[in-house]
Design a protein around this ligand. Sequence first.
Ligand SMILES: [Ca+2]
Length: 179
Amino acid sequence: MGHIRNTTAVRRWATVAAGMAVAMVVTAPAAQAAPASTGEEHCVVVLDKLRPGETTSRVVSRQCADTPEAARQKHQEAYAGAAAATLLLTLYADINYGGASTVLEGNAGACDTAGYGFRDLGSWRNRISSFKRFNWCQRVQGFDLVNYGGAAYGPWTTDTPWVGSAANDRIDSLQTRRL
Ligand SMILES: [Ca+2]
């Protein structure tokens, strides 16, 4: 009997130890839960003008930081043409123009009927939930994949506080122009 009791005690200890191990495994990630900042929460991106026959605007400047103000500051320090750039769109990660944001500007003035094409949103792929339009960028169309590939979303012709469940967190590239 003594042998059996000892075995039972060992088993109980093993169960407790296993439970502690599980608890440690479960709690360890929680201790690191505060995510390190990516520095990509707010960005200012400047696109070159679409030229005849082109569908893609060159990205001439891209600066990101933890706050809109810090992104703007970096942008103004890094890009000589900052003062002359024209606001095109502001993209938001959350519904109702909330959360992380990317300010999209153009280096050739307001949207015309050719407009601007942003063929790869980069770190902002699969992130847009709402957006605002400025300076004659009346029409906005999004695409599931880069290079205007895959499913097309929109076109939207108003400021859009919610892109809808089909487009939400899916847009990888976009085009905007005057109607
Ligand atoms: Ca996508």
